[in-house]
Design a protein around this ligand. Structure first.
Ligand code: IMP
Ligand code: MG
Length: 184
């Protein structure tokens, strides 16, 4: 459970996925990923910051293959336009060309971030481009589905294990839901 210091004045409604549940699921996903890619593949794991930083750290330590790790930072400019674009604030320094790229997300909600990001990455001609997300919120139809999904989750605002509420709570080892009136 979170300590008072971790939560500050906020109140946690409930733990949605415990530390143990997350660790078990991450280990399963890493096993699937290890089987999917062979040791011969030039695997590049690209984490979408900031939300995926803990998930990436846990996942890659359990993938039993040679691999490289990089990150990217994307900023969405939604504004009032439904056609908002995605800009890369930090671009992976690694080349994607001819590599097996695994993009790692914390949570897919509307799928908008991914829908805008994938074409940008595809332009760099990776050998393959797959998506792994820890959480999947809504039942959205996307052009490209995530090949690996940790948990389908409720349509509540979730925090912890990388997920933030105004930059708070990323360091919690489990995933929880905040009370609607708890510090909003
Ligand atoms: P999408 O573009 O609607 O799929 O949104 C994905 C991004 O929204 C994620 O990478 C998160 O940064 C953020 N997000 C969506 N739902 C939550 C949540 O419940 N808690 C924290 N961040 C969230
Ligand atoms: Mg966020």
């Amino acid at each position: 459970m979170a300590t008072e210091a971790q939560l500050g004045t906020h109140e946690l409604t409930r733990v949605v996925f415990s530390e143990e549940e997350i660790q078990r699921r991450v280990a399963e996903m890493a096993r699937d990923i290890t089987e999917f890619y062979g040791p011969e593949e030039d695997l590049l794991v690209v984490g979408l910051l900031k939300g995926s930083f803990i998930f990436v750290a846990d996942l890659v330590r359990r993938i039993d293959l040679p691999l490289h790790v990089d990150f990217l930072v994307a900023a969405s400019y939604d504004g009032t336009r439904s056609t908002g674009a995605v800009n890369l604030l930090y671009d992976p320094s690694a080349s994607l060309k001819d590599r097996s790229v695994l993009l790692v997300e914390d949570i897919i909600d509307s799928g908008t971030t991914l829908a805008r990001l994938l074409p940008i990455l595809q332009e760099r001609q990776p050998r393959s481009l797959e998506v792994c997300t820890l959480l999947h919120k809504r039942l959205v139809t996307m052009e490209k589905e995530a090949r690996w999904v940790g948990f389908d989750c409720p349509s509540e605002f979730l925090i912890g294990y990388g997920l933030d509420y105004s930059e708070n709570f990323r360091h919690l080892p489990y995933i929880g839901a905040l009370r609607a009136d708890g510090g909003a």
